[in-house]
Design a protein around this ligand. Structure first.
Ligand code: ATP
Ligand code: MG
Length: 429
């Protein structure tokens, strides 16, 4: 196939055999968030480039080298969203959703775009479910975000495979003081830092902390610790969060090097990480961003949120074999009809059954075919039962009902009794 007719590298089709797992995952999260009182918001996938520069920060990996930015026909610089928080903040401000200090608990789902090196768990179009809370200041809501993800891992059967890492970045004032101390220390060891860290030291010194370079890591062992620079407000907030996690029985580890890639965080930052997916181990990450709304042009409004990577969580479900068996089956009953007259009767009958059992997953054979070929399709569909309508059955106004997975004998059911019979043997979703 010619190259122009392939999907773009790092942008994947999600094929029919994979969508049941995606829908199971998305449905599970959506139900959970409904139950905790979060409301869904849907933003466009394209925004003015300026929004991301102002919110994510000019000297971050995303803005420096990962954005899909282009000029549209009006000459405006637009960008495919690399994450959801900026657009959510923009939408909230534009529609006055946080006016007069009004709290908001919001969530979104959708594709994000980053020009990264594609590999397992890292794509150029990927999908996130994100949560953002505005105007709730205390550690109680930080804890709720973590508690509800912990519940989600439980529902999905992956609790044992994920670990919570936690840190506090303090307020921008305390972080400013810490930055000065860190830069002073690292500057004294400049020759031992890797090239990337030397550059970051000038542009975004906190990012040196999450370097993967062993030499730089060795230098960091004796570096000043953020925890020693926390102001009282941040310290009390962090203690409040830890106390709540302990009360909820959620294990965590403090990772003082956790800084997150984005500029806008303050106080709480956290990541859920797994060692089951290789290098791409963070499945959910977030934190508090009390200064962001102002940065984007709004009144001072506190915020806290997270985003989880759907592809990575789906990979984890598959790796741990936590894919529920029943989600793969999408057909309950498969109707086979033989001959024009039977096909007409089958259509009328199946529509009547659908009226009575709106949740029944009934597939009616299309494209005619011999007994053997229709039966093969019925079996392959995964259906639990086949319905068989030929000339003989039609004459008697009955339909053959045949269990396909070995639950009993074939029998004839009167047309009028079919819906009632199916209701007794198929669990209605
Ligand atoms: P990483 O350190 O893995 O690059 P990040 O810090 O850039 O992640 P965030 O911006 O916090 O990630 O996004 C939240 C989550 O979205 C990540 O924890 C991850 O699960 C997922 N994610 C981020 N980038 C990608 C990507 N390119 N492909 C797939 N999932 C991603
Ligand atoms: Mg990244």
């Amino acid at each position: 196939m010619s190259k122009s007719l392939q999907a773009i590298r790092g942008m994947n089709d999600i094929l029919p055999e994979q969508t049941p797992l995606w829908r199971y995952f998305e449905g599970t999260v959506a139900r959970l968030l409904d139950n905790y009182g979060y409301k869904q918001i849907r933003m466009p996938i394209v925004e003015f480039t300026e929004l991301f520069k102002r919110s994510i920060g000019e000297v971050t990996d995303i803005v420096e080298k990962e954005m899909y930015t282009f000029e549209d026909r009006n000459g405006d610089s637009l960008t495919l969203r690399p994450e959801g928080t900026a657009a959510c903040v923009r939408a909230v401000l534009e529609h006055g959703l946080t006016g007069a200090g009004q709290p908001q608990k919001l969530w979104y789902i959708g594709p994000m775009f980053r020009h990264e090196r594609p590999q397992k768990g890292r794509y150029r179009q990927f999908h996130q479910i994100g949560l953002e809370v505005f105007n709730i200041d205390g550690p109680d809501i930080d804890a709720e975000l973590i508690v509800l993800t912990w519940r989600l891992w439980g529902l999905l059967g992956i609790r044992d495979a994920v670990k919570l890492e936690l840190n506090s970045l303090g307020t921008s004032e305390s972080r400013g003081r810490y930055k000065v101390a860190l830069v002073e220390y690292l500057s004294a060891h400049l020759d031992k830092l890797d090239e990337d860290s030397q550059r970051r030291l000038k542009t975004n010194p906190l990012r040196v902390l999450d370097t993967k370079n062993a030499d730089t890591q060795a230098v960091l062992v004796n570096a000043p610790k953020m925890a020693d620079y926390l102001d009282d407000e941040s310290r009390i907030h962090f203690e409040g969060l830890k106390a709540r996690l302990e009360a909820a029985g959620i294990p965590f580890v403090i990772n003082t090097k956790l800084v997150r890639g984005l500029d806008y965080y303050s106080k709480t930052v956290f990541e859920w990480v797994t060692d089951k997916l290789g290098a791409q181990g963070t499945v959910c990450a977030g934190g508090r961003y009390d200064g962001l709304v102002e940065q984007v042009g709004g009144k001072p409004t506190t915020g806290v949120g997270f985003a989880m990577g759907i592809e990575r969580l789906i990979l984890l479900l598959e790796t741990l074999e936590q894919v529920p068996e029943e989600i793969a089956r999408q057909v309950d009953v498969y109707l086979c009809a033989f001959g024009e007259a039977a096909e007409l009767a089958a259509l009328a009958l199946s529509e009547k059954v659908r009226d009575q059992l709106p949740n029944l997953r009934l597939q009616v054979n299309a494209g005619a075919g011999s007994f053997k070929s229709q039966f093969k399709k019925a079996d392959k569909s995964g259906a639990l039962y086949a319905l068989i309508l030929g000339e003989d059955e039609l004459a008697q106004q009955v339909i053959g009902f045949k269990p396909l997975r070995g639950q009993g004998e074939q029998q004839n059911i009167a047309f009028d009794a079919l819906a009632a019979h199916l209701a007794t043997c198929v669990v209605q979703g």
